[in-house]
Design a protein around this ligand. Structure first.
Ligand code: C2E
Ligand code: CA
Ligand code: CA
Ligand code: CA
Length: 285
C-alpha cells in the first residue's frame, strides 16, 4: 500500500517527491490537494481536445477541452479522479482558470497558424460557475489572449444550471453579452425539463452519453432522444450528442436531424499535437 505523492517543500518553495506509505498516516503524508497544487506549479496538466462533428457534412465544427493530469509517477490521471477533489478543495478555481487561459491561448495560436477558426468549449465545475469574479476572469483572459469571444464556449451541466435558475440566468446573460457561447452539458441526467431551461440564453444542448449507450439495448430511449432533439431545436438550440461510438448511432442521430456529434466514432480526445494535425488536414479541405 505504498503510494507516491508530491509534497510541497515549503522552505524552498518547490515541489519535491516523497515516497509515503498510505497506512502510516503521518503528518508527512501530504494531501492530494497539495499534489494537485504542485501539479499546477509543475505544469503537469494538459488539455486534450475532442472534435465536434457536423453530422451532415462530417466537418469539424468545434472542439471540447478535456483536462488530463500527466504525472511522472502515476501516468495519465483522468479528470473523473481529480476534478471532484479539486472541486472539494477549491483548487478547481486556479486549475479551471488555467484551463480557460490555456485553451484561449491555443485557439488563438491555431488561428494565427491559419487553421479554420473554431469554437472550443471549456467545462465549468459548479464551484467555478459560482465564483464571484468569473466574468472578470473570462473577460481578462479573452483580452490578454486576444481571442474573439465567439471562439470560446462555456459548458455547465444541467444540474449546475438548475440549482439556482435565477442565479444561472443572470450569470449566463452577462456571459452572453460578452459574446461567448453557452451550452448545457449532460442534458437528460439532471431531472429538469426544457421548459425550465428555456429562460436561459443557451446555444447548445449536449445530450448525455448515457442515452446513446442505452440505444444499444433499449428501443424506447430512441424516442426520448428524438423528443429532446425536436423540442430543443424548436427552442432555437443546437443539439450535440455525446459518446457516439457506432455507425448505427450516427445513422439514427442523422435520421432525427441531430446537429452535431462527439464521440470515439469520429475522434477520441486528442493531444494538442494530434489536434494540430487534424486541424491542419481539416483546414486544407
Ligand atoms: P464531460 O464534460 O461529459 O466529457 C465527456 C467525457 O466523455 C470525456 O471524458 C470524454 O473523453 C468522454 N468521451 C468522449 N467520447 C466518448 C465516447 O465515444 N465514448 C465514451 N465512453 N466516452 C467518450 P473525460 O475526458 O474523462 O472527462 C470526464 C469529465 O471530467 C467530463 O465529462 C467533465 O465533466 C470533467 N472535465 C474534463 N475536463 C474538465 C475541465 O477542464 N474542467 C472541469 N471542471 N471538468 C472537466
Ligand atoms: Ca462537457
Ligand atoms: Ca457531457
Ligand atoms: Ca459527464
Amino acid at each position: 500500500d505504498t503510494a507516491l505523492y508530491y509534497a510541497k517543500d515549503e522552505g524552498r518553495n518547490n515541489c519535491q517527491l516523497y515516497k509515503v506509505s498510505l497506512s502510516a498516516k503521518t503528518p508527512e503524508i501530504l494531501s492530494l490537494e497539495k499534489s494537485l497544487r504542485c501539479a499546477l506549479e509543475r505544469k503537469e496538466f494538459i488539455v486534450y481536445y475532442q472534435p465536434r462533428v457536423n453530422i451532415i457534412t462530417g466537418e469539424i465544427t468545434g472542439m471540447e477541452a478535456l483536462l488530463r493530469w500527466q504525472n511522472p509517477e502515476m501516468g495519465v490521471v483522468a479528470p473523473n479522479v481529480f476534478i471532484p477533489l479539486a472541486e472539494e478543495s477549491g483548487l478547481i478555481i486556479p486549475i479551471g482558470e488555467w484551463v480557460i487561459r490555456e485553451v484561449c491561448t491555443q485557439n488563438k495560436a491555431w488561428q494565427e497558424a491559419g487553421m479554420t477558426p473554431m469554437t472550443i468549449a471549456v467545462n465549468l465545475s459548479p464551484k467555478q460557475f459560482r465564483q464571484p469574479n468569473l466574468l472578470e476572469k473570462v473577460a481578462e483572459i479573452l483580452e490578454t489572449t486576444g481571442l474573439e469571444p465567439q471562439f470560446l464556449e462555456l459548458e455547465i451541466t444541467e444540474s449546475t444550471a438548475i440549482e439556482d435558475l435565477d442565479f444561472t440566468r443572470s450569470v449566463l446573460k452577462d456571459l452572453e453579452k460578452m459574446g461567448v457561447y453557452l451550452s448545457i452539458d449532460d442534458f437528460g441526467t439532471g431531472h429538469s425539463s426544457l421548459s425550465r431551461l428555456q429562460m436561459l440564453p443557451l446555444h447548445t444542448l449536449k445530450i448525455d452519453g448515457s442515452f446513446i449507450k442505452q440505444l444499444r439495448n433499449d428501443d424506447k430511449v430512441g424516442h426520448i432522444i428524438k423528443a429532446i432533439v425536436t423540442l430543443g431545436q424548436s427552442l432555437g438550440l443546437r443539439l450535440t450528442a455525446e459518446g457516439v461510438e457506432r455507425a448505427e448511432e450516427i445513422d439514427f442521430l442523422r435520421s432525427i436531424n441531430c446537429d452535431y456529434v462527439q464521440g470515439y466514432f469520429y475522434y477520441r480526445p486528442l493531444s494538442p499535437q494530434q489536434a494540430t494535425e487534424v486541424l491542419k488536414s481539416e483546414s486544407q479541405k
